[in-house]
Write a protein of this length. Structure first.
Length: 286
């Protein structure tokens, strides 16, 4: 019997792992679990089951029970409160003329706390807003400002590749991404083509950067002259993955030649300095 079961909560694509306490659950079972914020309502998901040996030494919180009729009713009520609170808060934000983008409200299972998520360009004085929310709902209120990347993670969506965005499925942390990564991979620098749903550089630019950077060391620098079977030519483009170099002969003819078919003086320095002078500051993660 598995020592853990995966559980997904509303408004989250991440799978959390709990101790089944000796019971067996099926995919899709609705359960009440013990969390740091009190009881939580979620659904069992065992796809891509986490290996129990990787959970050794980690104390998991337990699945309390399979959700009963009262639990399901309570869950639906908390969902209704979230919708009501979202509409009410948006109204208050407009009345107070606050420069903030409210995009999600989360309620605890027992509606003991409401968390309002928003993005903003700077600090927001929401003290009056909190007072209005407390008077309306008589429960604990938390205002949480997050970055646009986190907003995309919480909302989810489909990326340019046609698959669900990485941050909403499996990425645990946001890594710094820079424009240099796009240049290194010969990608278009058109912002609409290398930006994700959040409007920032796509996280996947980071995935193959080290591979491209390593392989480029074996290529002649663009603009240098190399020797080919047809004579000397100038390097004008690289196809790193296929191991091809596009050269231009002095007569104007362009030809794609495999790296193994050309000879050149290889220097580590020529590749390391290719982007000298360009900034490599990581893009802000919000």
């Amino acid at each position: 019997m598995s020592k853990s079961v995966g559980v997904k909560f509303k408004n989250s694509n991440k799978v959390y792992y709990f101790d089944p306490d000796g019971r067996t659950y099926n995919d899709g079972d609705q359960v009440v679990v013990d969390t740091e914020r009190g009881p939580g309502f979620g659904s069992i998901i065992n796809e891509g089951k986490f290996r129990d040996d990787l959970l050794e030494g980690i104390e998991l919180k337990k699945v309390i029970r399979v959700a009963n009729t009262e639990d399901i009713t309570q869950y639906k009520r908390s969902c209704e409160i979230e919708k009501e609170a979202m509409a009410f808060c948006l109204k208050c934000v407009n009345e107070l003329a606050l420069e903030m983008n409210l995009f999600q409200v989360e309620s605890t299972f027992e509606i003991t706390k409401l968390t309002f998520f928003f993005t903003a360009d700077g600090r927001v004085d929401f003290r009056e807003l909190v007072k209005m929310l407390v008077r309306e709902y008589r429960t604990k209120i938390e205002m949480r400002q997050v970055g646009v990347r986190n907003q995309a993670r919480m909302w989810g969506g489909i990326g340019r590749c046609g698959r669900e965005i990485c941050c909403a499925t499996y990425l645990a942390n946001f890594e710094p991404v820079s424009i240099r990564m796009a240049k290194e991979q010969n990608l278009s620098l058109n912002p609409t083509k290398i930006s994700g749903l959040c409007g920032r550089l796509m996280c996947c630019l980071n995935y193959e950067f080290d591979t491209y950077r390593y392989l480029r060391k074996f290529f002649p620098r663009i603009g240098t002259t190399v020797e080919t079977d047809n004579g000397p030519a100038k390097v004008i483009r690289h196809n790193i993955i296929r191991g091809l170099v596009t050269v231009k002969y002095f007569g104007g003819t362009e030809l794609e030649v495999h790296l193994s078919k050309i000879s050149f003086k290889h220097t580590q320095e020529s590749q390391d300095d290719e982007y000298e002078g360009e900034t490599n500051e990581p893009e802000s993660l919000g």
